[in-house]
Write a protein that binds this ligand. Structure first.
Ligand code: 8IG
Length: 271
């Protein structure tokens, strides 16, 4: 990719052409287990367009089972008129080896498409044994253990209140049962060892995953307000004596779909 920002601007132009929507208001990035929830959100409104993300400049095909490679533009009613929501039904993960630029290209495309607020979701492992698979947790902060950044050069972006306390409090008003936690992004694609999970807890983490942090940094650079929601799909390695499996992740997402969909349908219009 040449200049990542001009590539995102090309993608945004193509997005406007495909969707017929000149400007989107809110973006939604869907993590493992969240696809059924996006379907419920679409039912709360109408779909402007849905297409393969590879149709946009700079995007490649999806690589993970349980992720769809599509992008969906949804129009939903909001308190002060309709909102256009740009939903990425899958993300590019850092572990795919396509580089950080590819990981955050959807975020930068959304920014160029006018998006000012973003909901970043993921499926992850939980350190708190009270979080049974299917529990949603608001991300209060993150620890980036990838050793990478989407930013290049002397670009000293402030990450204080990265996961907007204003948006978190709106979410908790709508669902007071929501807990909060610190998300630790590991590079993956392997899951953690039990010792690494213990370390994550000692350094202040509550959730372990392979996404979100790099995207949130790019979203902040672009000036967006960020809400992060993790769906705990499994207890992190060593927290329970069960081995981890990707099927468990997909099953937990399916089981939690109704709750997550209702949550998104309630929260997204109010942000
Ligand atoms: I879903 O336990 C899901 N993604 N790193 N660890 C990490 N990523 C995950 C996990 C997990 N579960």
């Amino acid at each position: 990719m040449s200049d990542p920002y001009s590539s995102a601007s090309d993608a945004a132009a193509k997005l406007a052409e495909i969707t017929g929507v000149q400007s989107h208001d809110t973006a939604l990035v869907l993590g493992s287990g969240w696809l059924p929830a996006a379907d419920r959100l679409a039912e709360a409104g109408s779909v402007n367009a849905e297409f393969e993300r590879a149709e946009l400049p700079g995007f490649s095909d999806a690589a993970v089972a349980g992720h769809s490679g599509k992008i969906r533009s949804i129009r939903i009613p909001g308190p002060s008129g309709d909102l256009n929501v740009l939903a990425f039904l899958a993300r590019t993960h850092y572990y795919e080896g396509k580089g950080v630029e590819a990981v955050v290209h959807p975020i930068r495309t959304a920014a160029q498409a006018g998006v000012r607020k973003i909901v970043i979701t993921n499926g992850c492992g939980g350190l708190n044994p009270a979080w049974s698979p299917g529990t949603p947790v608001l991300i209060s902060d993150h620890i980036n253990l990838t050793g990478a950044s989407p930013l290049v050069g002397a670009n000293f972006v402030d990450l204080t209140d990265l996961y907007s306390s204003r948006l978190r409090s709106i979410a908790r008003d709508l669902d007071p049962s929501l807990d909060e936690g610190v998300y630790v992004q590991f590079p993956g694609p392997h899951y953690e060892t039990p010792a690494e999970v213990r370390m994550a807890g000692i350094i202040g983490g509550d959730l372990v995953g392979m996404s979100t942090a790099l995207e949130a940094i790019a979203a902040r650079e672009a000036g967006m307000e960020i809400l992060g929601i993790s769906l705990v799909t499994n207890l992190a390695a060593g927290i329970s004596d069960q081995p981890l499996s990707h099927q468990e992740v997909i099953d937990a997402g399916r089981a939690a779909a109704t709750r997550m969909g209702d949550l998104l349908a309630k929260i997204v219009p109010q942000l």
